[in-house]
Design a protein around this ligand. Sequence first.
Ligand SMILES: O=C[C@H](O)[C@H](O)[C@H](O)COP(=O)(O)O
Length: 235
Amino acid sequence: MSLEEAKKCAAYKAVDEYVKDNTVVGVGSGSTVVYAVHRIAERVKAESLKLVCIPTSFQARQLIIEHGLVLGDLECNPKLDCAIDGADEVDAKMVLIKGGGGCLLQEKIVASCADRLVVIADYTKDSEKLGQQYRKGIPIEVAPMAYVPIKGKVEARYGGNLKLRMAVAKAGPVVTDNGNFILDWTFPDDKEHDWDAVNREIMMIPGVVDTGLFVGMATKAYFGQKDGTVTERSA
Ligand SMILES: O=C[C@H](O)[C@H](O)[C@H](O)COP(=O)(O)O
């Protein structure tokens, strides 16, 4: 079974178990979420579900519109029943790295408004420790004018290396949906990190908009496996 099939199995299971009638659902970003939106649309049609979908990115907004789902926002729907989102890595304590696709800020805001954050991923995201499989580092969204001082401060405090994420089909850096830059922090993996404390400290640096560390947010994770089964982890 392909990696895409594994993503699909996890996404379908999460949608089937968590999306209920008359609820407000957060729609995450990335490649795995595409399968979740397909499944939500199938169920809305088959079961006449009444849902309002809150996007976490331009991509998610497009997916909601393309599938004919009801698009909402936090202004009208500040409380969500659940948010379904992908992750770049999930550790044994359900700490997540997110933002590989640059969408961490809106994802974290939407997840913080949801009763539950449900993660959907394939088996390559399931790790004992962060950094075990995802080697691109922890994304940190920053105000463009502050990227050099932030890089220096995080490297001086924690070590490792922060790299400005560069665009692929554009000259210069990636600019997020919110007009910011992303620094990818490859952190030293020779020691244990208290990710809650690290996240709080980095968030205090002026110019840091948010980090891709999601600590104490996810309540459930579904990992699609090579054989088509889905394993689960709860917080
Ligand atoms: O910025 C992107 C998001 O945090 C994604 O949810 C994350 O990168 C996982 O994406 P994918 O499902 O494509 O692996």
